[in-house]
Design a binder for this molecule. Structure first.
Ligand SMILES: Nc1ncnc2c1ncn2[C@@H]1O[C@H](COP(=O)(O)OP(=O)(O)OP(=O)(O)O)[C@@H](O)[C@H]1O
Ligand SMILES: C[C@@](O)(CCO)CC(=O)[O-]
Length: 523
């Protein structure tokens, strides 16, 4: 894994000098916090043509609005999105079957800082993967992306990448990180490509210079949806900068909140397509919406069926990271090849996974389901074991995942399955009620000795959140007005996951924090 927590002093100075913190004088004009206009009715497209940006891809022409003369300075702001666990149905979901996924409390945080007007660059600063790169906005291939035959709008449903557009950004992507080892270079080039594709699709040449700095508390490539969180953060940030989102604010009607969530999710999917090749969209969907969902996409040209599971139970789960990095794209491709080679057999396995997911949903949603009752948990646990067995037969387990199962099964501690893409990554164990503390301690010691990492996380948390401006009310080091501005230096200097959580965390170890806002989609 390529996790770099603390950039060196020199690198840091360079990263910081790329960006200046935006002024705060214009933020109350924007669409956040309920004070601004509704992005739905104010959907000015980048070429000055006004459209009604309603969902379902339908547009009604509206009268032309005046083009904005200059773009006002933005305050620095942040967005955050949660990782996820897939409880049932990974891989099968790529082939049109159902999956159940829940948001977790580990999150990614993106700080967006505007540059002074004369600075015409856009910079990605991703210290977790040792990546920092700038492009001159005026040198990007806008003409190709803005061509009427190619142009996409913020409300569009994009379900495949356009090969001509991918080709247009290749010259910019291939220059990224020439001196890094090949595997890291590939990761950087993927990050660059997915960002540029979305930036050029949504933005325009008069976009202000800015810097996007990302830090995450989610292990990378561990099956916890790290890439989807980056996709969701980037999508939300760009849509906010383009003033195409309204809220989040406390009085926002749920149906309006749902439109914003849907919009963010659509573009997050585009970002994911670039990183993964063929994602199902379950990761970005649960990361955007939060809580838990039952997800199915049978027709890739249409939005998926997403059933929110508001009352998803607080399952007693042990989340274990094998510390063996994998690539989702690689594991998904392996299953596709197996299916091509044995279509009927693999088709039956995928159908069986679908049945397991539906059975689990029935059990969990039944009135009698009780997380304190052994019988309830046993039924879910057995389904987890069956799901894992089917994933093994698809070839996506790993000896280190099997070792976790062996240790858990031997002590009768619970039921284990891999979660996410497999091939390494994480497992989840549903704990049997009443297991003696000594047994759990023994397991934890053993896992620790063998180089596993245990994660404490809760399921079903909030989805994408916004901190606008990047000032926290009850954080640390509050100023005279009782707020603490999160600037680039503080953000980059925060020590490890704990430091990031303490500085900007949605909970921050100090309880629910004022400042972070979420689209509330429950009705
Ligand atoms: N903290 C981060 N900073 C920058 N890029 C990241 C970060 N975390 C993830 N990424 C991007 O996501 C990629 C990992 O995605 P991948 O799908 O392989 O794993 P995952 O999303 O953690 O697992 P899964 O899809 O199985 O849930 C990285 O190669 C990188 O491009
Ligand atoms: C393996 C997979 O099913 C889940 C990855 O978290 C891939 C996907 O759904 O895109």
């Amino acid at each position: 894994m390529y996790r770099v927590h603390n950039a060196t002093k020199n690198a840091m100075t360079q990263l910081i000098s790329n960006g200046v913190n935006g002024h705060h004088d214009d933020y109350d004009r924007l669409t956040l916090n309920g004070h601004g206009t509704n992005g739905l009715s104010n959907g000015t497209t980048t070429n000055g043509t006004a459209t009604n940006g309603e969902t379902n891809g339908k547009t009604t022409p509206r009268k032309r609005l005046d083009r904005k003369k200059s773009s006002p300075m933005m305050p620095a702001f942040m967005v955050s999105a949660p990782g996820k666990v897939i409880v049932f149905g990974e891989h099968a979901v790529v082939h049109g079957k159902a999956a159940i996924a829940a948001a977790i409390s580990l999150r990614s945080y993106l700080l967006v800082t505007s540059l002074s007007k004369s600075k015409r660059t856009v910079t990605l600063t991703f210290p977790d993967i040792d990546f920092n790169h700038s492009w001159n906005i005026d040198e990007l291939p806008w003409a190709t992306f803005q061509h009427p035959s190619k142009k996409k709008y913020y409300y569009d449903l994009v379900t495949s990448l356009d090969p001509d557009l991918v080709a247009a950004i290749q010259p910019l992507v291939k220059d990224v990180s020439p001196d890094k080892p090949a595997d890291l270079r590939k990761v950087h080039q993927n990050s660059a490509g997915s960002f540029l594709y979305m930036f050029l699709s949504l933005g325009n040449q008069s976009f202000p210079g800015c810097q996007y700095t990302l830090r995450s508390t989610i292990p990378i490539g561990a099956g916890l949806g790290s890439s989807a969180t980056i996709a969701v953060c980037m999508s939300a940030a760009l849509l906010l900068q383009l003033r195409t989102l309204s809220g989040p604010h406390p009085d926002q009607p749920p149906e309006e909140a749902r439109v914003q969530i849907e919009r963010i999710n659509r573009w997050a999917f585009v970002y994911e397509m670039f990183i993964h090749g063929n994602p199902s969209g379950v990761d970005n969907t649960v990361s955007t919406q939060g809580k838990a969902v039952m997800f199915q996409r049978t027709d890739y040209t249409r939005p998926p069926a997403v059933k929110p599971l508001w009352d998803f139970p607080e399952l007693p789960l042990l989340l274990v990271d094998t510390k063996t990095a994998k690539s989702t794209a690689h594991e998904v491709e392996k299953v596709r090849k197996l299916k091509d080679a044995h279509p009927k057999l693999v088709g039956s396995i995928l159908d069986a996974v679908d049945k397991v997911t539906h059975s689990a949903s029935d059990v969990i949603e039944h009135d009698d389901f009780d997380t304190d009752c052994e019988e309830s948990l046993r039924r879910v646990g057995e389904l987890m074991n069956i799901n894992h067995g089917l994933l093994v037969s698809l070839g996506v387990s790993h000896p280190r995942l099997e070792r976790v199962r062996e240790l858990v099964d031997h002590e009768g501690i619970g039921w284990t399955k891999l979660t996410g893409a497999g091939g390494g990554g994480c497992s989840i164990t549903l704990l049997r009620p009443g297991v003696p503390r000594e047994k759990l301690d023994k397991l934890e010691r053993q896992l620790d000795e063998e180089g596993y990492e245990k994660f404490e996380t809760t399921l079903g948390g909030d989805g994408v959140g916004v901190l606008w401006p990047a000032v926290l009310k009850n954080g640390m080091d509050e100023d005279d007005e009782g707020g603490m501005e999160i600037d680039l230096e503080k953000f980059l200097n925060a020590e490890g996951n704990e430091g990031v959580e303490r500085l900007v965390g949605v909970h921050g170890g100090v309880g629910e924090r004022e400042g972070w806002k979420f689209w509330r989609v429950e009705s």
